[in-house]
Structure formats: structure tokens, C-alpha cells
Ligand binder design. Structure first.
Ligand code: GTP
Length: 227
């Protein structure tokens, strides 16, 4: 059983700290260096949102905005079949779930703007349960030097649009970035490498309306991210 208003990550300590999982109605930002596992985390969340409710999912559609063409349906199905074998071994289920995850690959800022407009239409139909934008900064890479004025950010309009989508629709929205922005998430997870012997990667709840700044060691296996 999961709490209303959260998408459980099934990463036990993390869900507990977050009082259920990724909160609905706000933007959650995943920040960390290239290759740390943000996309792997997003793939798992997409699967969780599309899982039938009888298996603890949200039974909904997911929009995955894949800015850098890093989405892999093969990898997603691998994570799904290893993490939720009871669902994936049912006839036709992998295909049905994959069909619920709509991948958009805007290659320019105007195309991204169009994608957001499409999302608004789907939201009105009440079927969309999760929006993922991987990655946000890649849309303007090279064009933007960090400024102290968030209004000068070339994505300022998009960021406020996304925040209003979260508030109005009450769905969770995930945004990834390699560096922390001053503008995005109400809730922020920071992914880092460690040089310690026992833990190579950890994720930290860097900002949250409800959780203290806890950190969790994780690894990436065939079944995706695990704590
Ligand atoms: P950027 O998008 O470049 O910022 O990186 P990211 O944080 O999104 O990294 P991503 O989620 O793509 O993680 C890449 C890491 O995930 C790799 O270094 C691998 O360790 C791991 N990984 C990726 N694919 C697989 C896979 O099929 N199997 C396993 N076991 N690990 C994988």
C-alpha cells in the first residue's frame, strides 16, 4: 500500500524518508555528474508509474522527454523484467507497459515548447501520471552562462510552465541536470560518486519540504538502481 500523493520508488529507506516516495504536485530535480545513474533512476520511475495498481503502480501514462537520446526501451524492459518479474512474465504485459510510456525527443527549444503543449492536452484527459525531463539543461547547453537572475535563464518560461503543470495536475515531475540550478526543484536529490571502499555512488536528499538531508548508498545492477 502506498500513500496517496506519492510515487513510491521501492527504495525502502528513501521512501520512508520521503513519507511515501516522489511527491505529487511538485518538481523533483535529480542533479549529478554524467554517468552517475540519473537516467537509470528515471527509467525505474517510468516503469513504476505505468505498473498496474494491483502491483503498486499508478496504472498511468508517462511522458519521458528524452533530450539527449539516451532513453533505451531495451534497458527499460530489462529493468522491468528483473524488478517486476510477476508483471513482466504475463503475456503481452511488457508491451502494454512500454506502450504507456511516450518518449518525446525534442531536438531544439521550440520543439521542447511544442512537447510541453502536447502534455497539457494529455493532462486534460487525466491519464498522465508522471512527466520526466532528461535532461533540462541539455536543451540550452553552451548558450547559457550561469546568471544570478533566474528571469534571464533561457528556460525561465519553461521552468515556470513545468512548475504550474505540477501544481495544477498534481502529478510528480522529474527533471534531471548535471549541475544544480537555482531555479528548478521544490525537492532535489543530489547524486554523487564517492571514493570510499564500501560505496561508489550515493544519493542525497539535498532539498525536501519534509525530509532531513539523508544520504543513501546505491548501486546499479541489471534490475536498475538499488539501495
Ligand atoms: P548523464 O545523462 O550523462 O548526465 O548521466 P546519467 O546520470 O543519466 O547516467 P546514467 O543513468 O546513464 O548511468 C550510466 C551508468 O549506469 C553507467 O555508468 C552504468 O554504470 C550504468 N548502466 C547503464 N546501463 C546499464 C545496464 O544496462 N546494466 C547495468 N548493470 N548498468 C548500466
Amino acid at each position: 500500500e502506498h500513500l496517496a500523493g506519492h510515487l513510491p520508488t521501492r527504495l525502502k529507506g528513501l521512501d520512508k524518508a520521503l513519507c511515501g516516495g516522489i511527491p505529487f504536485g511538485v518538481v523533483t530535480e535529480l542533479v549529478g555528474p554524467a554517468g552517475i545513474g540519473k537516467t537509470q533512476f528515471c527509467l525505474k520511475l517510468a516503469l513504476l508509474a505505468s505498473l498496474p495498481t494491483s502491483y503498486g503502480g499508478l496504472d498511468g501514462q508517462v511522458i519521458y522527454i528524452d533530450v539527449e537520446s539516451k532513453f533505451s526501451s531495451r534497458r527499460m524492459i530489462e529493468i522491468g523484467s528483473k524488478s517486476f518479474p510477476e508483471v513482466f512474465y504475463r503475456e503481452g504485459m511488457a508491451k502494454e507497459m512500454a506502450g504507456r510510456i511516450l518518449v518525446l525527443q525534442p531536438s531544439s527549444l521550440p520543439e521542447f515548447t511544442d512537447s510541453l503543449q502536447q502534455i497539457k492536452v494529455l493532462l486534460l484527459q487525466n491519464k498522465l501520471k508522471l512527466l520526466i525531463i532528461d535532461s533540462m539543461a541539455a536543451l540550452v547547453s553552451g548558450e547559457f552562462e550561469q546568471t544570478n537572475n533566474p528571469r534571464q535563464h533561457p528556460l525561465a518560461w519553461h521552468i515556470s510552465f513545468i512548475k504550474s503543470l505540477a501544481e495544477l495536475s498534481r502529478i510528480p515531475i522529474i527533471v534531471t541536470n548535471q549541475v544544480r540550478s537555482q531555479t528548478h526543484g521544490d525537492s532535489l536529490f543530489s547524486f554523487q560518486h564517492t571514493v570510499g571502499a564500501n560505496c561508489q555512488r550515493y544519493l542525497k536528499i539535498a532539498k525536501s519540504p519534509i525530509s532531513p538531508p539523508l544520504q543513501f548508498c546505491f548501486e546499479i545492477t541489471a534490475s536498475g538502481i538499488s539501495l
